[in-house]
Design a protein around this ligand. Structure first.
Ligand SMILES: Cc1cc2nc3c(=O)[nH]c(=O)nc-3n(C[C@H](O)[C@H](O)[C@H](O)COP(=O)(O)OP(=O)(O)OC[C@H]3O[C@@H](n4cnc5c(N)ncnc54)[C@H](O)[C@@H]3O)c2cc1C
Length: 426
């Protein structure tokens, strides 16, 4: 990439923003254009299901900051409709097209919809955007009747906790045996207990059989024969990559965009991918391409994708992070390191810390309100799962631009984290 070139970033979420910042930090002097279909500047999405929905923050509070004026052209409220990788053009509505020399794809994921649910009813909502949170608050204001959450994963659990924060009667419906089941029995047991302590109701091992819609409420008839009545229903059953606009581009779009280890889209010399959308082999673990849907991964992959694009496909280094993520439920912090989903077995590493083991190898850890112990296990996992090649040499960052919650930003700096972990008492 040389000065005078144009880099287009599609997706104005955290990955799009951090990629643009990194391009400028590395001295790219050409044009940078960010196309995003939401009308807002990038914001702190994790607050959507927490502070924003229970009213501790307003939409204007969650915007992400950049240091100084970031020299980019914004095309917000504009949806990319098609990608032509041969002509190197992103198509926009109204017949407009944007040529590029380099493209960064960062369009994230969209919520999955539940077949059979009345998805166009304003009382049935999903939770991904600021506008979703505003719509939920409107639906909550319209009636004080109970709320039902379908889906007992992280966002479903966070939302149920937010409802209790507001004093609303809430029931979490899930087909698993317990909420957050994939994090092992100890964590899911602790989450179950916490929901009970806060008087959130659980309907587990069940699904919605059918919906009965009335003017004021929904009746949800479950497969366990329970009937729940709700004035607002949140669907939180996972998400799918926002790949529609790239169909026919020649990129491999099965579960996100398939990438090489350096985040170049497979087979493309001028397209890199970042954030929830990227499916790449993290060589720290193995050669299987996977996506990671967490904030820190979006930040780090965006910075790496920008570095790769400027370095060129031949020089770009593999992206080999140790994934880290967090969630907060009521006042409890849940932290994840590594790839717990690879585990075929679990081990208790410390009080409140579950380790995930794949064929005898520790591949991840999950901590229940144990930040100090998790710093220790992060350093330990970093040591036990070494990156196969040295991390790319990048120029020092003049100003830190990454605005994350305190403990999470501490975890982004491996040197700091290692020092802290050495001091950590278990
Ligand atoms: C409610 C919620 C709570 C979360 N909480 C946590 C948490 O506590 N901890 C954690 O680690 N992670 C959390 N996450 C995950 C984290 O927010 C994501 O991993 C991160 O936002 C991914 O960033 P991204 O930039 O890849 O995608 P996104 O943030 O989804 O940004 C992608 C952007 O691209 C736009 N777009 C899509 N298609 C197009 C198109 N065709 N043209 C133009 N623009 C397009 C989208 O509208 C969106 O604005 C949470 C996610 C949600 C939804």
């Amino acid at each position: 990439m040389s000065d005078g070139d144009r880099i287009v970033i599609v997706g104005a979420g955290v990955a799009g923003l951090r990629a643009a910042e990194r391009l400028r930090e590395l001295g790219f002097d050409g044009e940078v254009m960010i196309v995003g279909d939401e009308a807002r500047r990038p914001y702190h999405r994790p607050m959507v299901s927490k502070q924003l929905v229970y009213g501790a923050a307003r939409a204007s509070d969650v915007t992400l900051k950049s240091h100084g004026e970031l020299d980019v052209r914004w095309r917000l409220g504009t949806r990319a409709t098609r990608l032509d990788t041969h002509e190197r053009v992103v198509h926009l509505p109204g017949g407009e097209s944007l040529w590029y020399d380099g493209l960064i794809v960062a369009t994230g994921v969209v919520p999955r919809h539940l077949p059979g649910s009345p998805r166009h009813d304003p009382r049935v909502r999903v939770m991904r955007t600021v506008d979703d949170a505003i719509a939920v608050r409107r639906a909550l204001a319209a009636s004080a009747k109970p709320v039902v959450v379908i889906g007992s994963g992280l966002i479903g659990c966070e939302f149920a906790a937010s409802m209790r924060h507001l004093g609303r009667d809430v029931t979490l419906v899930g087909h698993a045996a317990a909420p957050l089941n994939r994090f092992g029995e100890r964590i899911s047991g602790a989450v179950t207990k916490l929901h009970h302590e806060h008087r959130a109701k659980l309907a587990m091992n069940t699904k919605v059989r059918h919906w009965i819609s009335t003017k004021e409420t929904f009746g949800l008839h479950l497969t366990n024969n329970q009937l729940l009545v709700a004035s607002c229903v949140l669907l939180s059953i996972g998400s799918v990559p926002a790949v529609d606009w790239m169909r026919g581009s020649g990129l491999d779009l099965e579960d996100g965009v398939l990438c090489e280890a350096n985040l170049f889209a497979t087979g493309a010399d001028d397209v890199v991918v970042a954030g929830d959308m990227a499916r790449w082999p993290n060589l720290r673990f193995d050669e299987v391409p996977r996506r990671v849907e967490h904030w820190m991964n979006a930040v780090e992959s965006a910075r790496h994708a920008a570095e790769s694009l400027l370095a060129g496909r031949g020089q770009a280094q593999p992206f080999t992070p140790l994934p880290r993520a967090w969630s907060s439920l009521y006042d409890v912090r849940l932290q994840m390191i590594g790839l717990p989903s690879l585990g075929d077995d679990t081990v208790q590493l410390a009080d409140g810390v579950t380790g995930f083991v794949q064929a005898g190898r520790l591949v991840g850890a999950c901590g229940w309100d144990r930040p100090q112990a998790m710093l220790h296990w992060m350093a330990e996992l970093d040591r036990r799962l070494p990156a196969p090649v040295p991390a790319p040499v990048t120029e020092p960052v003049a100003v830190s631009t990454v605005e994350e919650p305190d403990w999470a930003s501490a975890m982004t700096d491996p040197v700091w984290a290692r020092q802290a972990a050495e001091k950590a008492t278990l």
